[in-house]
Design a protein around this ligand. Structure first.
Ligand code: SF4
Length: 350
């Protein structure tokens, strides 16, 4: 499968040769966004093929209402544990970086350890992520439940990826023809978790050779008029996924309608804590107010970018007033955001 840049250009051109229409592909994974930008893979695509970045970065799609709820907690004196990237994301009430007393963490377990070590301090893990992180969140919640850790709860903005793929697939404005599917989420939900999509998809790994091979497989499927899911990352993705992780997610979370930044409310698109564990659900425990709707800063086109309508470079603020040092919108905050990836590797030549 190892091939040179020239060889890959020819391989992809051959795979697309029998497709007479423009082809819009989308990757829905922040790690893919980074890998594609870092390796300059778009330069190898045939002229009629576009690879768009979708809403695959969990920080980018964290809702404004979630940020506002975390701010409410912090203002009530609750020790609120957040990942560092969330500090720069705008809510309607402001940004978390302007609040005091936060606990900045690198893993959900750190919030649990803090609650254990400080039993008189109300502690909330404000959590974002897709199924792999939701599984860790469920394991943390399981430990808290087993230990009856009364001062610990979770504010969940965990996202359920599959419903948003269905929504993107049926968007006539993007007119997608296929998905490069995320291997990390696949490692939890399995290849079967992607079955039934209305567009062809290939589950891809993260090294450039695997991504290019996955694009070739995807183009060949489109050329044949097939619509199925190919697992091109069997090293990590089993047919039926990780049963232990899926059971843990299912025990503590239920899929519910919820906001994705830039996309609005996605039916079944968020993992919420089950009612029987309400004592560990920060939104219920603290009766947090939730106002839906985005709060995109003026001029920011993150919504259009997350839906694949625009490339980051088409936003007028890109690399002018919006940079990773001074991000305006969520897509420039995390390294895995489409705008940050495009910014960091804008000079990459293959
Ligand atoms: S470049 Fe900045 S302002 Fe423009 S869409 Fe991206 S994050 Fe938003």
């Amino acid at each position: 499968m190892k091939a040179t840049v020239t060889a890959w250009t020819q391989i992809l051109a051959r795979a697309a040769a029998d497709i007479s229409h423009p082809v819009n592909l989308m990757e829905v994974c922040g790690s893919h966004s980074m890998a594609v930008a870092r390796s300059g893979l778009r330069a190898l695509l045939p002229p009629n093929v576009k690879l768009l970045s979708g809403p695959g970065c969990p920080v980018c799609v964290s809702s404004a209402s979630f940020i506002d709820q975390a701010i409410q907690l912090s203002r009530r004196g609750v020790k609120t544990a957040v990942f560092g990237d969330l500090l720069k994301i705008p809510g309607k009430l402001g940004k978390l970086r302007d609040e005091s007393g936060l606990l900045v963490i690198y893993s959900p377990e750190e919030a649990l350890d803090f609650a254990r070590g400080n039993p008189r301090t109300e502690t909330v893990l404000a959590a974002v992520g897709f199924e792999p992180t939701a599984a860790v969140g469920a394991a943390v919640l399981d430990a808290a439940v087993q230990e009856n850790l009364a001062n610990f709860s979770i504010l969940s903005d965990f996202k359920h990826l599959r419903p948003v793929l269905d929504e993107l697939a049926s968007d006539p404005k993007t007119a997608l023809n296929g998905f490069l599917l995320p291997g990390h989420v696949g490692s939890i939900i399995g290849a079967t978790g992607y079955e039934g999509l209305s567009l062809p998809g290939v589950i891809a790994g993260f090294d450039p050779q695997n991504i290019l091979h996955s694009l070739k497989l995807l183009l060949e499927m489109i050329a044949r008029g097939e619509c199925s899911v190919i697992n091109n990352y069997p090293q990590l993705v089993a047919d039926h996924g990780n049963r232990t992780a899926l059971n843990m997610i299912g025990r503590y979370f239920t899929a519910a309608d919820g906001e994705w930044r830039g996309l609005g409310s996605v039916p079944g698109g968020c993992w919420r804590i089950r009612p029987e564990y309400a004592a560990f659900d920060a939104a219920r425990k603290y009766s947090l107010e939730s106002e839906t709707g985005d709060s995109a800063p003026a001029g920011c086109r993150c919504g259009d970018i997350l839906r694949g309508y625009l490339a980051p470079e088409q936003c007028p603020l890109f690399d002018t007033v919006c940079t990773p040092e001074h991000p305006v919108g969520s897509c420039m905050v995390s390294n895995e955001g489409a705008c940050a990836a495009a910014y960091h590797y804008r000079q990459v030549a293959i």
